[in-house]
Design a protein around this ligand. Structure first.
Ligand SMILES: O=C(O)[C@@H](CO)OP(=O)(O)O
Length: 255
């Protein structure tokens, strides 16, 4: 018997996606293209008759704004919202703010890919008083410790208990749940849902602003692989994310 429906949505293009900078917990805004992607995502929800009952977002404005624009387009701007730091992007440590292509050039392909996509190698920690540190950010005042860097394994450790203990309750109640989050926090959740190995998860990239649908059984396991509502755009978007850091992967400028 199928239970609730889970929709995962990475935020639309951000200003630092456009400028090709490592972002992590830095709270950057959407570009015009990102806002257009968010609106299109909302239209896709309507076209697929997938109207969310509840929304979960990270504490970062690119996810918050994307969800708000998408839900507004779907006339579901009024649904209950829960925001939690556990859905935040992976903290990118001392790489936050750096240009991806310059970082790849400086440290080489192998180190660059280890930091970007390995399961358990975190980037170097950020200094607590660095420009792009979140150590003094009031939104994290309740955390015992604000991360100074994270690898994907660390994100799995914070994200999956939140999914199984909190989000799962809404899914078990039969609700359609929208989770608006980030490339790497959603990679952690997809890894769990689709039981992807630590090695294979390196090859998974999540495109911006394209809802990914999961129908779950009563054990909250997907009855089939996740399906993007716009599969063609998703394939192109995932390839563009994978190529970031190379000249060919530079994000096109939004108009
Ligand atoms: O910079 C980041 O925070 C993430 C997502 O934009 O980048 P990457 O895809 O390189 O992990």
């Amino acid at each position: 018997m199928a239970t609730g429906t889970l929709i995962l949505m990475r935020h639309g293009e951000s200003t630092w996606n456009e400028s090709n900078q490592f972002t992590g917990w830095v709270d950057v805004a959407l570009t015009d293209k990102g806002r257009a992607e968010a609106k299109r995502a909302g239209e896709l929800l309507v076209e697929h008759d997938l109207l969310p009952d509840v929304l979960y977002t990270s504490l970062l404005r690119r996810a918050i704004s994307t969800a708000q624009i998408a839900l507004d387009a779907a006339d579901r701007h009024w649904i209950p919202v829960t925001r939690d730091w556990r859905l935040n992007e992976r903290h990118y440590g001392a790489l936050q703010g750096l240009d991806k292509a310059a970082t790849k050039e400086k440290y080489g392909d192998e180190q660059f890919m280890l930091w970007r996509r390995s399961y358990d190698t975190p980037p170097p920690p950020i200094e607590k008083d660095a420009e792009y540190s979140q150590s003094d950010d009031p939104r994290y005042a309740d955390l015992a410790e604000v991360p100074l860097t994270e690898c994907l394994k660390d994100v799995v450790a914070r994200m999956i208990p939140y999914f199984t203990e909190t989000i799962a309750a809404d899914l078990r109640a039969g609700k359609t749940v929208l989770v608006a989050a980030h490339g790497n926090s959603l990679r952690a959740l997809v890894k769990y849902l689709e039981d992807i190995s630590d090695a294979d998860i390196a090859g998974l990239n999540i495109p911006t602003g394209n809802p990914l649908r999961y129908d779950l059984d009563e054990d909250l396991k997907p009855v089939r692989k996740g399906e993007y509502l716009d599969p063609e755009a998703a394939a192109a978007g995932a390839a563009a994310v994978a190529a970031q850091g190379s000249a060919a992967g530079a994000a096109p400028k939004s108009q």
